[in-house]
Structure formats: structure tokens, C-alpha cells
Write a protein of this length. Structure first.
Length: 361
């Protein structure tokens, strides 16, 4: 039997990446476990104890690697993470956008930087515990990205930015499994993290209070301004544009509601409020589009479109405006379309591509 290649396994200390490593070892791959230290120096030391990349995660990943008999390394990516994930996260909020830091981390850190490091270590592939699947389309001669089998855990939404070269060098060992199966298989193998709870919070904001984080990290976020209704009339005041997001209802301090945030105007430092009906949009424009499983389409096409991670896709028409810009026209208007969030295009379980919501026509 031919010798399997060397693989760097990104081990977060959770059950998914731990089982991914175990399965690859069983399949005969030469595995190197790697955990990223990304918690920034400006956080207190205790903040790094939990989360997907904290000190506790390092110890859990090390214990799993020891159980599997594979080497384990910790790479200090904290400066890179701060520059390429945390700072853009803060600046997006200051500009009236709602970012998704997991997508930034996947694109800039886990695939661009870590895959480069894997190549330096002589590895041919990078493996992760993401719930997604890789394939190959012989007609287009392209590597493809598909949803994970478990609809409740599918993570293809946050992976749309992968390039063909990155997909070619990526393995998703648990993408064809359901979470319950992953836990059962981890327990059968005696992995010490088999029952470990999933991490939910933004890893660099352990308490989940992003507003408090912004107040400390970027004090200029605390810049009061007007609350305007959809007709442009001032109906109140806000404490800082960065503390609001489209669809938000609480914390507006307005009588006669319910009112919702329907837009953020950075040029006027204004929060736009309206009724629920004002939340709906028939179109959006996406920029920085990456066509992952298909070549850039030369003509409009229909797709199922996700505008947030935890919602079902909606049918829409995609109208390309160049290779990296797409106008999305929904068959039915959608609520709380949020600039700064990702919009991802699907055909059944195939990820066609995705981009960043830039503005709403």
C-alpha cells in the first residue's frame, strides 16, 4: 500500500478536530497536530483559558495528540490574528457594518497562514474538523465545496472564500458525519474530549459582550449621534454607531414601538430606525465575491442564498457585475439584510461561491 502523505491537523481542542486527527491516523496519514495561539496580549491572561483557541484548548489538544501518538505543536499567531482579524472586526463596526470574524480567521489565518506553515513542515495537506465536504467536478475540472451532512452543524457558509489551491490541499474528515456520530466515535476511541461542549463565543471576546470590547479597544466608537426614522426625522439619540446592527430591536429607548434598526449611515453617524416592514429588502450587492465550486458565471443564474449562518437559504437570482461583484435579487424580500455579513450562494448542497454584503439598493 502506498504511503499516505504528511498532514497538518488544526486541533482546536474540541471533539471535531480531535476525531478528525484520529480518523486520519487510522487511515495511515502521518499527522502533525497544530494548535494556534491567537488570544491577543491585550486580553487578561484568564481570558485565554477557554474558547476554541485558549490555553485550555492547547492542553486538550495536547492530551488528544498524546493519546494518538502524534507530535503536537503550538504556533503563536497572536500578532497575525490581531492584525488580520481583530482590527478589521473593530473597523467594520466603526464603519456601520457587522463583520463575521470566523470568516476572516478562516481566510487569513487558518488557510492562508497555517497552510503556508504546513508546507514549511513538509505537509501536503491541512485537515480541520469543519463540517463540510470537498469533491471534484471533472466537467469544470474544479475542486468543489459542499455542505456537511449534518444540517445542524454544516459550516460551509464560513468557508466560501477558499481558493482552488486551498481546497486541493484540504481534508474535512468529519464532514460526512453527524455530530452525534462524531461524539460516539470519539468516545469509542477513548478521546478525552468526547463529551466536551462546543465553543460558541467569539474567541477573542470570551464573555460575548462585543460592545464592552469595542469601548475598551476603540474608544472612538463611543460617538453619540441621531436616531433617524425612515423619513429622516430625528426621533432620539444613540451612544455610538458601532453598538447597533441591522435587525436590532432592544436598546433603542423609543416609545410607541416596536422599532427596529433598519440601517446604519456612517457618513451621518446616524442609526436609521423603522417598523418591521422596513427591514425587508428585495436586493443586495455583494463584493469580494469568490466563486469556489464553479467558474465565474457569464450570465445570470438562480441559486439558494444564505445571508446569515443560522437561517435557511432563500431563492434568488444572481446577476454578476464582473467576476468579484454580484447583484442578488431575491424572489421574495428578506428581513435584516446586513452589510458586512457574508452572503453565500448554493445549488442544493454545492457551494457556488459567496461574498460580503456591501450595500442595499
Amino acid at each position: 500500500m502506498a504511503e499516505r502523505p504528511r498532514v497538518v491537523v488544526a486541533m482546536s481542542g474540541g471533539v471535531d478536530s480531535s476525531l478528525a486527527a484520529a480518523l486520519l491516523v487510522e487511515q495511515g496519514y502521518e499527522c502533525l497536530g497544530v494548535t494556534l495561539k491567537v488570544w491577543p496580549s491585550y486580553l487578561p491572561a484568564e481570558a485565554g483559558e477557554g474558547g476554541c483557541c485558549g490555553l485550555g484548548a492547547v492542553e486538550d489538544a495536547r492530551a488528544v495528540a498524546s493519546k494518538l501518538g502524534i507530535p503536537h505543536y503550538v504556533l503563536n499567531f497572536s500578532e497575525l490574528f490581531s492584525r488580520l482579524v481583530v482590527e478589521p472586526f473593530c473597523q467594520a463596526y466603526l464603519a456601520g457594518r457587522t463583520p463575521n470574524p470566523c470568516i476572516l480567521c478562516n481566510r487569513e489565518v487558518k488557510w492562508r497562514a497555517l497552510l503556508h506553515k504546513a508546507e514549511e513542515l513538509g505537509a501536503e495537506c491541512l485537515a480541520t474538523g469543519h463540517y463540510a465536504r470537498r469533491g471534484f467536478d471533472p466537467t469544470n475540472r474544479r475542486h468543489t465545496l459542499r455542505r456537511g451532512v449534518d444540517p445542524g452543524k454544516d459550516q460551509s457558509y464560513v468557508l466560501y472564500s477558499l481558493t482552488q489551491e486551498q481546497l486541493a490541499a484540504t481534508l474535512f474528515p468529519v464532514g460526512g458525519l453527524r455530530k452525534s456520530e462524531v461524539r460516539q466515535m470519539a468516545a469509542e476511541r477513548g478521546l478525552p474530549v468526547a463529551t466536551k461542549a462546543d465553543s460558541q463565543e467569539i474567541c477573542f471576546i470570551p464573555d460575548g459582550d462585543y460592545r464592552s470590547f469595542l469601548r475598551t479597544r476603540v474608544p472612538e466608537a463611543v460617538r453619540p449621534g441621531p436616531l433617524l426614522d425612515v423619513e429622516g426625522r430625528e426621533v432620539g439619540r444613540h451612544g455610538g454607531l458601532a453598538f447597533y446592527t441591522v435587525g436590532q430591536r432592544k436598546g433603542l429607548g423609543l416609545a410607541g414601538g416596536p422599532f427596529y434598526v433598519v440601517g446604519l449611515d456612517a457618513a451621518r453617524n446616524a442609526v436609521i430606525v423603522g417598523r418591521r416592514a422596513d427591514l425587508y429588502r428585495a436586493e443586495l450587492v455583494a463584493v469580494d465575491v469568490n466563486w469556489v465550486s464553479i467558474p465565474p458565471p457569464p450570465a445570470p443564474l438562480n441559486a439558494a442564498v444564505k445571508i446569515r449562518y443560522r437561517i435557511p437559504p432563500a431563492p434568488a437570482e444572481l446577476l454578476p457585475e464582473g467576476e468579484e461583484r454580484v447583484r442578488v435579487r431575491f424572489h421574495k424580500p428578506q428581513p435584516a439584510v446586513t452589510p458586512g455579513q457574508a452572503v453565500v450562494f448554493y445549488h442544493d448542497d454545492l457551494v457556488l461561491g459567496g461574498g460580503t454584503i456591501a450595500h442595499l439598493p
